[in-house]
Write a protein that binds this ligand. Structure first.
Ligand code: PEP
Ligand code: MN
Length: 343
């Protein structure tokens, strides 16, 4: 069961609802979004039947939810949520491009990639300072030095920053610098990490696990929501498949399916799905056509020397082509572009 509080509900009214739930034998989880506060109730069937909270002051609505993911389910909320990242919306009315280097390497490389990203219409800068690498011998990221570089480039370009956190112990420091924290594929079911980002007041991007079902993915999002953070963006980045030609298989169906199952926005990362530059623009086009609320791509000024994922990074021609797609296709589909206006 989910209790939706009225937009103007007072703290004492919220406290009264929580007290009534606990007195009835249930557990209450309060989640505060920008626009509304909701209370998730976990209790047995008999306790839920007996709860009489609809009449309490400040309660707008009581929703019985059958899906196992409750706070993030579509049943809970008819309208797709808009998540604001440093003021940039990701939601149903807009289209946002997120772009930047896979990994932050140097100040010069990060600034050059950010300018390329912004020139292509990206409103948000991505870049990893903590890299979850398959091999322990591969570049693991610059850590806090990388976060500082991202903050400097944000100051220079005005682009809010999306960056990954791989360890619950680093959540506070990453949140100090990031506008949105990314949870990578390999950590989708790192429950301690999910709970840690659920307790910070910053948006979270949750990438789909390598072999995760939609339900497992939404249950992972529920861990974040249950700790009080409803500003979650889901990211489809391809799943393991039998086809060796591709790094991963982009599941375009995830876009309309997640929109049907959840009120959270869903975005697509065609770069990590494809693993190769020539497929990124066609997959981005498919993602936008399928209804993605944003697309996130890797760009790099010198992909041949990139310390991470160079073969998929966009430059020159393919980046110009992406810029063209982003400038035209979302508008045809009724979305307002969040691309920064040229200075
Ligand atoms: C990334 O976005 O840099 C990344 C590591 O992606 P994924 O978790 O999807 O592999
Ligand atoms: Mn990468």
């Amino acid at each position: 069961m989910v209790i939706v509080m009225s937009p103007g509900a007072a703290e004492v009214e919220l406290a009264e609802v929580v007290t009534a739930i606990e007195a009835g034998g249930g557990a209450a989880f309060v989640s505060r979004g920008v626009a509304r506060t909701i209370v998730g109730v976990v209790a047995g069937e008999a306790v839920l039947e007996a709860l009489d909270v609809a009449r309490l002051p400040g309660v707008a609505e009581v929703v019985r939810i059958t899906a196992p993911y409750k706070l993030v389910s579509r049943e809970n909320h008819a309208h797709t949520t808009t998540v604001h990242v440093g003021g940039v919306p990701i939601g149903p009315d807009t289209f946002t491009l997120i772009a930047g280097p896979c990994a932050v390497e140097t100040p010069e490389q990060t600034l050059a990639a950010a300018l390329m990203a912004r020139g292509a219409g990206a409103a948000l800068l991505r870049g990893g300072a903590y890299k979850p690498r398959t091999s322990p011998y591969a570049f693991q990221g610059l850590g806090v030095d990388g976060l500082r570089i991202l903050a400097d480039v944000r100051a220079e370009t005005g682009m809010p920053v999306v960056t990954e956190v791989v360890d619950a112990a680093d959540v506070d420091v990453v949140a100090e610098y990031a506008d949105m924290l990314q949870i990578g594929t390999r950590n989708m079911q790192n429950f301690a990490l999910l709970q840690a980002v659920g307790s910070i007041g910053k948006p979270v991007m949750l990438k789909r696990g390598l072999t995760a079902t939609y339900e497992e993915w939404l249950m992972a999002a529920e861990y974040i929501a249950q700790r009080g953070n409803l500003d979650i963006v889901l990211c489809e980045r391809g799943v393991r498949s039998f086809e060796p030609a591709l790094r991963n298989m982009l599941d375009v169906s995830a876009v309309p399916m997640v929109h049907a199952m959840s009120h959270l926005p869903i975005i697509v990362d065609p770069s990590h799905a494809a693993g190769r530059r020539d497929l990124v623009v066609p997959l981005a086009r498919a993602a936008i056509a399928a209804g993605a609320d944003a697309v996130m791509v890797d760009v790099h000024p010198h992909p041949e020397t990139a310390r991470c994922d160079g073969p998929q990074a966009l430059t020159d021609g393919p980046l110009d082509e992406l810029a063209q797609v982003v400038a035209t296709l979302p508008t045809i589909l009724g979305r307002r572009s969040t691309a920064p206006q040229p200075a």
